[in-house]
Design a protein. Structure first.
Length: 250
């Protein structure tokens, strides 16, 4: 009985450490995945007049995949970056589990992005230079990025829905942007997901990867039940300064 009791105590003590070790391993895989996305985007740009891949020119085409209709799942094996990625497709973040997978406009409408989001405001789209409807049709060129090592390209991302978390393929800066104007006071829904023991993996525009910590958050504009406190509690928000400076091209 004494031996059994000792084993039980040791098991209780070791389980948290084992769980942490498993998450650290998943985190390492995620870092490789997200770096591959940044490298693939550079390879894509080299063959497309230096333009990075479009984030989402319409509801049927995303940086990670196309789909026939909004009720169909995206096919990551047919995405514009697929030929530049190992094994020919987006690899899911192994730490992004228990998310909704059924496709559809009201469910997992971004299913297929692997749990990663792309800077659609400045790199995969140009909200800073074109009107709202035109911005998604234009992407930044390699030479447009002033400080590549300080400009976000991809992050861990997801979206909070009443029924749970879904994949979300963009990572928005904190504030909305209009062409020719500084960022305004209209805040974005926080979709950057700090899922790795409180950390978030980020692939920057020079393809290096870092792990960042949550600094601040805002309430969802699309769901009044998701307050800033709720978002932060679920691990959603931003890292760095409360501005767009880590996302813009300067």
């Amino acid at each position: 009985m004494i031996v059994v009791s000792i084993i039980a105590v040791l098991t209780t003590m070791l389980l948290p450490a084992l769980g942490r070790a498993k998450e650290l391993a998943r985190n390492a895989v995620c870092k490789v995945n997200i770096r591959h996305l940044a490298l693939a985007n550079h390879l894509y740009a080299e063959e497309n007049n230096e333009h990075f891949v479009l984030a989402g020119e319409d509801m049927l085409h995303r940086w990670h995949a196309p789909r026939p209709t909004i009720n169909d799942p995206f096919d990551p094996n047919k995405g514009p970056l697929a030929t530049y990625l190992p094994h020919g497709g987006i690899k899911e973040c192994p730490s992004f589990r228990d998310f909704i997978t059924s496709p559809g406009a009201s469910a997992a409408f971004e299913a297929g992005s692997g749990g990663y989001g792309y800077n659609d405001t400045y790199i995969g789209g140009r909200s800073d230079a074109y009107p709202f409807m035109e911005a998604p049709k234009h992407s930044a060129r390699i030479t447009d990025v002033g400080s590549a090592g300080e400009t976000v390209m991809f992050t861990d991302a997801a979206m909070i829905k009443p029924s749970g978390l879904i994949e979300y393929s963009f990572c928005h800066p904190p504030y909305w942007v209009l062409p020719g104007m500084p960022p305004n006071t209209l805040t974005s829904d926080p979709v950057i997901h700090f899922r790795h023991l409180g950390g978030c993996n980020v692939a920057w525009a020079d393809s290096h990867v870092s792990e960042e910590r949550l600094s601040f958050s805002f309430a969802y504009k699309t769901d009044a039940s998701v307050t800033a406190e709720v978002a932060k509690e679920k691990g959603f928000g931003w890292f760095g300064p409360q501005s767009n400076e880590l996302f813009d091209l300067e």
